[in-house]
Each structure stands twice: as structure tokens, then as C-alpha cells.
Design a protein around this ligand. Structure first.
Ligand SMILES: [Ca+2]
Length: 235
């Protein structure tokens, strides 16, 4: 086995994507749903992007249950939801999400004009992305324990295109232990958080390593800008 790092594989088309900022094209490319790409550029994403009812619009083809989930928590009908409201919506749709994961998701899916809130478009993209992570979670929970253990995590990440060194996985998983030294098992929201961190950081690195050599040269600024967002969402 090569000791070289940079074991990620160039093909990662199965990895759920947070939207690029802006526009939203990457999400739509990887989505398996039949939602067509938005015809408008992201620049018109604002309060002016409202339906005839005066409510900010969801992308065409958004499933009704996604719209309902959003509207149920957007009690003041502002068209945007905050982190607590997002937590409530996602916890009813998927699994109980801790606030730390919610903050990371909000960072990755934030509205460019409203960084502390999520609008309909971001919510629909996030919901679809979590659906893909849910599928991965179920596919790689081989023993059907309802949790992802370290080997299942390794296989899941490999399956979506990220050959993460064991030492890195160990480091990542160490924050989920209960201190007893027992094997860590991830529930869905921690799995999503791990996946988003690995995918997010690897994708950022790949932008600097376009030939997939496993090495990149980057400035101090670029490095800090790359890594910090994944740390500041932590509590
Ligand atoms: Ca399992």
C-alpha cells in the first residue's frame, strides 16, 4: 500500500454536494431528482424572488412535504428560517440534529444575502442533500445497527470517492467518543457532519490540487480560509 496521502479518487460524482456559492448548478448536476436547474441567476435571489402569494419561491418541482416542513417552522412567514427553526424542521424530517451539525449545514447552504438564515432554495437543496446522505447511511450500515461504525464510515467515504487515511479517520472520530475508549458509532447527524467535513475539506483541497497529485501549494490566507469555516461551526 502506498504511504502517499492524497488517496482521494478523482471520481466523486456520488458524493452529496452542498451548493457552490453561487450559483446552485453543482447541486442540480448531482441531484437524482427531476428538479430542473433554476433559470435565473443567483443574483436575483432576494426578497424580490417571491411567488404571487408574496412568499419566497421554492424551486420548481420541490416536493410538497419539503415545502410543508419549511412553512411549518417559518411561523412569522418571513421566508427565512434561523438555526433553531432549521433544527426543528430537519429533526422532524430525518433525525434529531444537534445544533453543531445545524450550524455546519447552515454555513454550507447559506443564502449569500442572509448568512444566518436559510430560504426556500437553500432548504430544498439541503433536504435533497440529506436524502442522499440518508441513502448512503443506510447502504453502508451493513449490520443494520442504525449506527455507522468506523469501518462502515471508511467504506461509505470510499464509496463516494474519498479514500481517507485511517489516521485521519481516527482523529475525526475521536471527537465523537464518550471518553470510555469504546468503539465510536455514529448516528445519522454525526455521520452527516463527518461526511460534510471530509467532503468539504477534500473538495477545497482538490481545487488547489487540480492534477490530483495529493499535494498542493497554498498561501497562509488560503489555508486558513479553507479550514476555519469547518472549525467555527463547532461549539
Ligand atoms: Ca452499523
Amino acid at each position: 500500500m502506498s504511504s502517499s496521502y492524497g488517496g482521494y479518487r478523482p471520481q466523486s460524482q456520488y458524493a452529496p454536494s452542498a451548493p457552490q456559492q453561487p450559483p446552485y448548478s453543482s447541486y442540480y448536476q448531482t441531484s437524482t431528482s427531476n428538479v430542473p436547474p433554476p433559470s435565473n441567476s443567483s443574483s436575483n435571489y432576494s426578497y424580490s424572488n417571491v411567488s404571487s402569494s408574496g412568499y419566497p419561491s421554492f424551486p420548481p418541482g420541490t416536493p410538497q412535504d419539503v415545502i410543508t416542513s419549511f412553512q411549518m417552522v417559518d411561523r412569522d412567514r418571513s421566508g427565512f428560517i434561523d438555526e433553531r427553526e432549521l433544527q426543528q424542521a430537519l429533526s422532524s424530517g430525518f433525525h434529531r440534529f444537534n445544533l453543531r451539525t445545524i450550524r455546519l449545514l447552515m454555513f454550507l447552504f447559506k443564502n449569500p444575502h442572509q448568512p444566518l438564515a436559510v430560504g426556500p432554495k437553500e432548504f430544498a437543496a439541503l433536504w435533497s442533500c440529506l436524502g442522499q446522505w440518508r441513502g448512503i447511511f443506510e447502504r453502508y450500515d451493513k449490520d443494520r445497527s442504525g449506527k455507522i461504525d468506523p469501518l462502515e464510515l471508511r467504506d461509505a467515504l470510499y464509496g463516494i470517492g474519498y479514500a481517507v487515511p485511517g489516521s485521519v479517520l481516527q482523529l475525526l472520530l475521536s471527537k465523537y467518543g464518550d471518553g470510555s475508549g469504546r468503539r465510536v458509532e455514529l448516528c445519522f447527524d454525526n455521520f452527516v457532519e463527518c461526511g460534510m467535513i471530509i467532503k468539504g475539506l477534500t473538495d477545497k483541497f482538490k481545487e488547489k490540487d487540480t492534477r490530483y497529485t495529493g499535494s498542493a501549494t497554498l498561501s497562509y490566507d488560503a489555508f486558513m480560509t479553507m479550514v476555519l469555516p469547518f472549525l467555527v461551526s463547532y461549539d
